[in-house]
Design a protein around this ligand. Structure first.
Ligand code: 13P
Ligand code: SF4
Length: 319
């Protein structure tokens, strides 16, 4: 504990020395979330992280999250330095959608508007007309559908199917999924709801349809947090990465939050739902990155300029 306190104090002084700000996602360790808040950074969903990094005056952004979040920060702020505690922190959606195969898929369907989830590489975004996050995907696709556009959607099939059901849009789908959210189980969730009949169910839309169908609220991490604070209920069942549980319990200490069941659950493992790549972010890596400027996101400028177009469209739409 003594060592950890010293490490945190060291990071705080490095943030000042390097004119840096910490931009963290809700799925990283609680100690990183606390540090971000204590030092004037942010803890947010991927949409807010993008906005915060773009608008902050600091010359260095330290992104505690997964690689696409660091890339988005760099794309939006090419003149800033963007560091990550571990550059190998990827995402199963990004891994499951390689740029060359995706580009070939787009070539086969030139009549469709290409909409990609933020959880993709810069190269995939460079091929897209729009980028969306879970917080705004539904509104953007509804907007495009109302204008008669047919959509090519990638990569998360569950988020895509949810948006398709809600909007009725014509969506051709890439078949990716998130290895964390794909594990939530509909039947087991029904059983848990029977034990807690008054509980409200909060679901991230990367979860399978059998889970989304039981939701009282479907939304991004920030939207689920807001709903938990606002809804008049004392018990919630939460289908998203357990990193958010820390924040939920902090924001609404009088309420009870139960993790939704996953296939890996056993008596000793009530929620195995934690992203292995988010878990790669730690205090040590953060200190090393700030100390030595390691873990820097470097992107080809022409590629970044192309990827900026669909991201800027999203941010303009959201504004
Ligand atoms: P949010 O945009 O809701 O933060 O989601 C990002 C993510 O990776 C969810 O798994
Ligand atoms: Fe990607 Fe899933 Fe991890 Fe989010 S939780 S970063 S979608 S693998």
């Amino acid at each position: 504990a003594e060592r950890k306190r010293a490490l945190i104090a060291h990071i705080e002084s490095l943030l000042v020395r390097e004119n840096a700000v910490l931009v963290a996602h809700y799925y990283v360790d609680a100690e990183l979330q606390e540090l971000a808040e204590a030092t004037g950074g942010c803890v947010a969903d991927s949409l807010e992280m993008a906005r915060f990094g773009r608008d902050h005056a600091a010359q260095t952004l330290v992104v505690a999250g997964v690689r696409f979040m660091g890339e988005t920060a760099k794309i939006l702020s090419p003149s800033k330095r963007v560091l990550m505690p571990d550059l190998d922190a990827t995402c199963s959606l990004d891994l499951g959608c390689p740029a060359d195969a995706f580009s070939a898929f787009c070539d086969q369907h030139p009549d469709r508007t290409v909409v990609v989830y933020a959880n993709t590489s810069a190269a995939v975004k460079a091929r897209a007309d729009w980028t969306v996050t879970s917080a705004i995907g539904l509104d953007i696709v509804a907007h495009l559908h109302a204008r008669g556009q047919k959509i090519l959607w990638a990569p998360d099939r569950h988020l895509g199917a949810y948006i398709q059901r809600e909007t009725g849009a014509d969506m051709l789908m890439w078949q990716g999924s998130c290895l964390v959210h794909d594990e939530f189980k509909g039947v087991e969730l029904e059983l848990l709801r029977q034990e807690h009949p008054d509980a409200k169910v909060l679901v991230h839309p990367e979860s399978p349809p059998s889970v989304v169908a039981q939701a009282d609220v479907v939304g991004s991490t920030s939207q689920l947090l807001k709903a938990a604070q606002e809804l008049d209920a004392s018990c919630f069942i939460v289908a998203t990465d357990m990193g958010l549980l820390y924040k939920l319990r902090q924001a609404a200490p009088a309420k009870t939050f139960l993790a939704a069941p996953t296939a890996g659950d056993s008596a000793s493992c009530k929620s195995c739902a934690h992203c292995p790549w988010m878990a790669m972010n730690g205090l040590e890596g953060l200190a090393v990155a700030l100390e030595h400027g390691s873990g820097e996101i470097v992107l080809d400028e022409a590629l970044a300029a192309r990827a900026r177009v669909p991201i800027a469209r999203m941010l303009d739409f959201a504004a």
